[in-house]
Every structure is written in structure tokens, then in C-alpha cells.
Ligand binder design. Structure first.
Ligand SMILES: Nc1nc2c(ncn2[C@@H]2O[C@H](COP(=O)(O)OP(=O)(O)OP(=O)(O)O)[C@@H](O)[C@H]2O)c(=O)[nH]1
Ligand SMILES: Nc1nc2c(ncn2[C@@H]2O[C@H](COP(=O)(O)OP(=O)(O)OP(=O)(O)O)[C@@H](O)[C@H]2O)c(=O)[nH]1
Ligand SMILES: [Mg+2]
Ligand SMILES: [Mg+2]
Lengths: 278, 294
């Protein structure tokens, strides 16, 4: 696609295919191509090289503009990060990665094992805690997740830790009682007078258009401050994030690029778009 | 919904009598959009629309609401057929000439393999069989503990061996099953990327050594366009005999079902409908077709 070629119907078709297959979705694909066709008609795009640059630009800008930047950690106070998302997307692994990342930056991090439901969820986070050398606050399976959160925040104060990362159970946004449970967890955090609270939604890069509904519902329940896109080391492009950011207006903060503790990076819109239209 | 959109299209057509080929193309564009929005992979959408176009042209579709309904019926029937057709009935696991019958689960990270393994174990136990669960994921933290916990809750034994490579462990498990009279062996493997050659070789090796009668691709119902690549690569590199579509209790449209079925050419046998051990149902093509069409 990058080689010089005439800007004809075939090229527009190929571009449409590229975007659709990247999970950008029908509506946004149409919007982007319509805008580029307009620029082409207006003479602003002369070659296929120009077209590719314009596409790169349009997509990267879409991600930058829709959402103001958000810092998960605020200096001089306790920062809590509530990590949420549907089942199996990579919440627990992302928390381990983030914890190690923040520890490297000199922060004192505590992990809260607030998934008290799924088999071996607490064990999983404890193993990550050992590997990353981060303390894990946990109760027994079946305990009230809110009480684990309460404990973790108290522990953070007692030990003068400045970051608490909270792992929650995977939950479908369509489950009313599970979303209510999440709201309760958020209320517990708010009642603790934590200096800085963020809720981060983890979205799996292999997810299709359902990610939009996920983001909408989680935003409605607790508000969202940022996204993590996981599993971008796979073949899926994660193009649904354009529709997601348009829907909830929050920035992508990090991307997960593997199963090891170091496999996390700051989100870079240009890199992401380049890999997508690559 | 697609039905509303098609009715809208047909209401706007101005000619009389039979719908022209061009008019049909307008209607088919709506079908394409609906399927893409439902996460059916693009190349499968194209095949599907071509098949529907042939049938619609052959059916001499009429004008007006009657015509719209004709097209909807053709689309629905074609979708049911492409999903495997019929009412499905009780899903059966393939068996070997002699027990133990191995059922191997493979798929991407987080798709629901470990949970599905426990669901299959419960189903088999309730049917009067003696299943053995095998924890062949040595990588993910607490993966073995997860399966052991589930096994304990269901009163199904779990075979594991620290420091055994998965292909060796799998063979040991079969020997253990023979010795202890288990007639089904459910092998849970680690999540993997289809582009990870080493990991794909691992499951190909397990498959080669055990020759399991059933290799199930466990895939998430919310999977997007990547479904075609997942189906293709697991089928080519490992060889699968069936698919389990998990998390169908979500509101994902589930278009991945069509992509997986049409690319791998093997039946979708089960769907996961909850996190609990009893959350496994037989796949019904007509229900999934209605869901995909919205
Ligand atoms: N390849 C790859 N795998 C990942 C990534 N992030 C997580 N995983 C894997 O995805 C699987 C699920 O990860 P978890 O962290 O358990 O996901 P979760 O959201 O906590 O799952 P639940 O708590 O069950 O809802 C594991 O096998 C992880 O190793 C990533 O960025 N890349
Ligand atoms: N709601 C719902 N959740 C499910 C279903 N199947 C699995 N899950 C959940 O999805 C998450 C991932 O399930 P696992 O069984 O750990 O997935 P996995 O494929 O073994 O993950 P890896 O081993 O890391 O690749 C867990 O939170 C499960 O409870 C389902 O049918 N419905
Ligand atoms: Mg988890
Ligand atoms: Mg597993």
C-alpha cells in the first residue's frame, strides 16, 4: 500500500479494507475516508504518499484530540488506581506491569487483591507481587472486595505508600449486580479521602465493536479516567479504540505488549497508528 | 435492526414488480454493514453477501415490504446454514476407538479455556463419565492452582506435574488416565498468540503425540476481525475439530461465530454462558444467527 500508486477506486477500496480489518468499524472508516476524499478533491492530497501521511495524521489526531491527558499518579499524595474491565482482558497482568513500572520510578506501591471471586485470582496477584517485589493486600476468597480495598488504603497510609493499584474481578458490563458492586468499591475509595483516584478500563486489542458498549457502561458506573489496551503484541490491531475514545473521551494511557512484567509502554498515538496502517 | 433497514431500502425503490439487480445491490450493502457491525470478519462478509446475492437473484425478489422480508429470510437462512445449520441438538464430544478420550483446549490468552475445561468436566461427570482434568499451562501465574481449585469444587481430579514440559506432561496424563480408569482427559493449555511460533509448535506437538479425537478452539464471543486469523492459524498449525464460543452472556453480537465456523470449517459445539461450571450450553445456529443480525 505504501508504494506509489494512482489514487483511484482500487486504492480507496484497499484503504477501506485495511481500516475495517483493523476493527476501526464501519462508521469511523466511512468518516475518515470521506474526509480524505474531500482533501483529495480539494487538491490537498496529490500522491498516494500524501494520502498515507494524511491518514496517519487524521487517525493520530483523533486519538490525541478527543481526550485530555491524565496522570495516574499525583505527587505529594496517595494515588489510587481502580482497574476494571470484562473477563480475561488482562487486568491482573496489567496491574503487575504498572506496579513494577511505578516502583522503578521510585514510588512505593501496594497491590490490592480485590478480585475475591474467581478461582486463584488472589494467588495469581500474589505471585506477581512476589516477582515484582510489591506488597499485596488480600483477604480470603469470597471476602467483600470493598473491605480489601479499605484495608489496602489503610495499609498505604500506615506504610506511607503513595500508589495503590486495585485489581477487580472481570465482569460483564451487562451484569447489573456486578456493576453495582463496582460502584460500591468506588464509593469506599472516595470515602477514604484518597488524594487522587483514577479508574482505568482495560480493553483487549482482539475485541471488536463490543468494546464501545464496555467503555460506555463502565464509564456510566464509575467514570473512567483512562484506558489500557492489552495484547497489542498479537495480530489484532485494536482499531476499536477510535470508537471507544470518541464514545467516552478518555485517553489511552498504556499498552500491553506481552505476558512479561516489562511488557507495558506509555501509549504513543503515532506508533499505534503506524502499526495499525503499517 | 437489519430488518428495519431493509424495509427502509425497499420502501425507497421506485420500480414496479421484480427488484432489479442494482436495487438488490443497495439492499445487500445494508447486509454488509450489519454484519461488519456485528464483528463478522470482512472476507467472510464478502463471501456471505455473494452467496445471498446469488440466492436472492434466483428467488426473483419482489418490491415493497414483501421483498424486504424475502431478503431477510434468505439472509437468515443462509446465516443459519453457514453457522452449521439445523437445531444442533445435544453437542457431542468426539471419541477415540478406545478410552481415554482426550479433549484438548487451545486458544488466545484469556479466552476462557481453563473455565471451559472445568465446565466440560462437570458436564462429563454428570453424564456418568470419569473425567480427568490436566493442568498443562506451566506459564501463567497460578494457572495450575486455578484448575485445581475448580477441580476440587467439582470433585474432579486434576493431573499436574511441576517441571514437565506440556507435551511430556500430556503424555504422562494419558498414561495416568489409563492406569486409574479415567475415560475422558480434558487438557487445558496456556493461552497463546497465533504469531508466536514457539508456542504454536508446542500445541502442534501435543496434538501430534496424543492424536486427541477432540481439539477445541476456545474463542471469546467479543472477538473482532482477528477471528479469521485465529481460526486459520489454529486450524492450519494445530488442526481443530470444534469451537467453543465463550462469554456469550455478554451483549457482543458474536459475528466471530460466523468467521470461525466458515474459516475453520468445523462445528461450533458449545457456548459459554456464565462464569460458573454449569455455564455451558450446546450451540444453536438459529439463535446465534438472530443475535448476529440484531
Ligand atoms: N500476549 C499478551 N497476553 C497478555 C497481555 N496482557 C495479559 N495477557 C494474558 O492474558 C491472560 C489474561 O490475563 P489476566 O491478567 O488474568 O486477565 P484479567 O483481566 O485479570 O482476567 P480476569 O480476572 O479473569 O477477568 C493471561 O494469560 C495473560 O498472560 C498482553 O499484553 N499480551
Ligand atoms: N461471563 C463469562 N465469563 C467467562 C466465561 N468463560 C470464561 N469466563 C471468564 O473469563 C475469564 C478468563 O477465563 P480463563 O478460563 O482464565 O481463560 P483462559 O483462556 O484459561 O486464560 P489464559 O489461560 O490466561 O489464556 C475468567 O474471568 C472467567 O471466569 C463465560 O462463558 N462467561
Ligand atoms: Mg484478573
Ligand atoms: Mg487458562
Amino acid at each position: 500500500l505504501v508504494a506509489e500508486r494512482p489514487i483511484d477506486d482500487d486504492l480507496w477500496d484497499d484503504l477501506e479494507e485495511l481500516l475495517l480489518q483493523a476493527d476501526v468499524g464501519v462508521q469511523l472508516t466511512d468518516d475518515v475516508l470521506e474526509r480524505l476524499r474531500g482533501e483529495h478533491r480539494a487538491g490537498e492530497i496529490q500522491s498516494s504518499r500524501d494520502l498515507f501521511d494524511a491518514l496517519q495524521d487524521a487517525l493520530a489526531t483523533a486519538l490525541e484530540q478527543v481526550a485530555p491527558p491524565h496522570e495516574l499518579i499525583r505527587a505529594g499524595t496517595l494515588s489510587a488506581v481502580l482497574v476494571v474491565g470484562v473477563n480475561g482482558v488482562g487486568k491482573t497482568t496489567s496491574i503487575a506491569k504498572l506496579g513494577a513500572f511505578f516502583r522503578q520510578q521510585g514510588h512505593s506501591v501496594i497491590l490490592a487483591a480485590a478480585d475475591t471471586f474467581r478461582a486463584a485470582a488472589i494467588d495469581q496477584l500474589k505471585i506477581w507481587g512476589e516477582r515484582a517485589r510489591l506488597p499485596v493486600i488480600a483477604h480470603q476468597p469470597g471476602a467483600d472486595p470493598s473491605s480489601v480495598v479499605f484495608d489496602a488504603l489503610s495499609a498505604a497510609r500506615a506504610r506511607a505508600a503513595d500508589v495503590v493499584l486495585i485489581d477487580t474481578a472481570g465482569r460483564l458490563h451487562t451484569r447489573f449486580n456486578l456493576m453495582e458492586e463496582l460502584k460500591k468499591i468506588r464509593r469506599v475509595i472516595d470515602k477514604q479521602g484518597v488524594g487522587h483516584v483514577s479508574t482505568v478500563l482495560v480493553v483487549d486489542a482482539t475485541t471488536g465493536q463490543n468494546a464501545v458498549a464496555q467503555a460506555r457502561e463502565f464509564a456510566r458506573a464509575t467514570g473512567l479516567d483512562g484506558l489500557i489496551v492489552s495484547k497489542l503484541d498479537g495480530s489484532a490491531k485494536g482499531g476499536v479504540v477510535f470508537a471507544v475514545t470518541r464514545e467516552v473521551g478518555v485517553p489511552i494511557l498504556f499498552v500491553g505488549t506481552g505476558e512479561k512484567i516489562e511488557d507495558i509502554s506509555d501509549f504513543d498515538p503515532d506508533d499505534f497508528v503506524q502499526a495499525l496502517i503499517g | 435492526s437489519l430488518s428495519d433497514r431493509l424495509q427502509g431500502v425497499f420502501a425507497r425503490l421506485s420500480s414496479r414488480g421484480r427488484v432489479s439487480e442494482d436495487d438488490l445491490k443497495v439492499a445487500l450493502r445494508e447486509v454488509r454493514i450489519a454484519l461488519l457491525e456485528a464483528d463478522v470478519s470482512l472476507r467472510v462478509v464478502k463471501q456471505f453477501v455473494r452467496a445471498v446475492e446469488e440466492k436472492a437473484l434466483g428467488a426473483e425478489v419482489l418490491q415493497g415490504l414483501g421483498g424486504a422480508q424475502q431478503v431477510i429470510k434468505i439472509v437468515h437462512d443462509e446465516l443459519v446454514e453457514m453457522l452449521g445449520g439445523g437445531d444442533g441438538g445435544p453437542a457431542r464430544l468426539n471419541t477415540a476407538p478406545n478410552p481415554p478420550h482426550a479433549v484438548m483446549l487451545v486458544g488466545l490468552q484469556g479466552s476462557g479455556k481453563t473455565t471451559t475445561a472445568s465446565k466440560l468436566a462437570l458436564m462429563l461427570r454428570k453424564q456418568g463419565h470419569r473425567p480427568l482434568l490436566v493442568a498443562a499451562d506451566p506459564y501463567r501465574p497460578a494457572a495450575v492452582t486455578q484448575l485445581q481449585t475448580l477441580g476440587r469444587q467439582l470433585d474432579v481430579p486434576v493431573y499436574h506435574a511441576p517441571d514437565r514440559k506440556p507435551p511430556d506432561l500430556a503424555q504422562d496424563a494419558i498414561k495416568h488416565a489409563v492406569r486409574d480408569g479415567f475415560n475422558y482427559v480434558i487438557l487445558d493449555t496456556a493461552g497463546r498468540l497465533v504469531i508466536d511460533e514457539t508456542m504454536m509448535r508446542e500445541v502442534a506437538e501435543i496434538r501430534r503425540r496424543l492424536d486427541p479425537p477432540e481439539v477445541l478452539l476456545v474463542a471469546d464471543a467479543m472477538t473482532g476481525q482477528d477471528a479469521v486469523r485465529v481460526a486459520e492459524q489454529f486450524h492450519e498449525q494445530v488442526g481443530i475439530s470444534g469451537v467453543v464460543l465463550t462469554k456469550m452472556d455478554s451483549d457482543a453480537r458474536g459475528g466471530a461465530a460466523l468467521s470461525l465456523r466458515s474459516v475453520a470449517g468445523v462445528p461450533i459445539k458449545f457456548v459459554g454462558t456464565s462464569e460458573r461450571a454449569d455455564g455451558l450450553e450446546a450451540f444453536h445456529a438459529d439463535r446465534i444467527a438472530s443475535r448476529i443480525l440484531g
